[in-house]
Write a protein that binds this ligand. Structure first.
Ligand SMILES: O=C(O)C(=O)C[C@H](O)[C@H](O)COP(=O)(O)O
Length: 207
């Protein structure tokens, strides 16, 4: 993975996962792969996130593992050391962006306005996360950015489900979307990997 646009090419849906148990990491990643999903974004929201990411990187080499919810300087380096191949943030500060650049990893920095997107474009970004997609104006808002910002690609995330996914995936500035609906907490807790696989298959077919 060399560029942020390569992240967008991994498939139509980036599953955003919150792990509460390290033991769920490998079977969840394997279920996503069986369903045809080639990447997994592990959110750094829980104490087990980094060890979970590390397990996936070591034991499920066929899935491209990224780290999400990078919100503080230092986390980017921790994620890189754990084996993350890309980084995702919900929003941006200059310090966070410098820290991410230092890792050399491709990233999807989060934005929700035209001004934020322009600031990131000035720093050379080509691909951004649009977050939180639904509350920020949804597909209609993102579509209206294509006119003034035709060269920027977006991965909208936040409030997206299998139902509203097509309205985003049909936009000219969207290649993939992110969402947590493929890995519900209840399915992870129950070890219902068949359910995760079925949700992954349905998501993979959106492409
Ligand atoms: O953690 C981050 O880095 C975020 O930016 C937030 C997540 O992307 C969303 O929480 C996923 O949204 P849902 O699919 O609505 O659950």
């Amino acid at each position: 993975m060399n560029s942020a646009t390569e992240i967008l090419e991994l498939g139509p849906v980036v599953p955003v996962v919150v792990f509460t148990d390290t033991e769920h990491a490998v079977p969840a990643a394997q279920a996503l792969l069986r369903g045809g999903i080639r990447t997994i974004e592990v959110t750094l929201r829980t104490p087990v996130a980094l060890p979970a990411l590390e397990r996936i990187a070591a034991e499920v080499p066929d899935i491209v593992v990224g780290a999400g919810t990078i919100t503080e300087p230092g986390q980017a380096h921790e994620a890189a050391e754990a084996g993350a191949r890309y980084l995702v943030t919900p929003g941006c500060t200059e310090r966070l962006l410098d820290d991410i650049d230092d890792t050399g990893l491709p990233a999807l920095p989060g934005v929700s306005t035209a001004s934020e997107a322009l600031r990131l474009a000035e720093r050379g970004a080509q691909a951004l996360k649009f977050f939180p997609a639904e509350p920020s104006g949804g597909a209609a808002y993102l579509k209206s950015l294509t006119g003034p910002l035709p060269n920027l690609r977006f991965c909208p995330t936040g409030g997206i489900t299998a139902d509203n996914a097509p309205s985003y995936l049909s936009l000219p500035n969207v290649d993939c979307i992110g969402g947590s609906w493929l890995t519900p907490g209840s399915a992870l807790a129950a070890g219902d990997w068949d359910h995760v696989e079925a949700l992954a298959r349905q998501a993979a077919e959106l492409g």
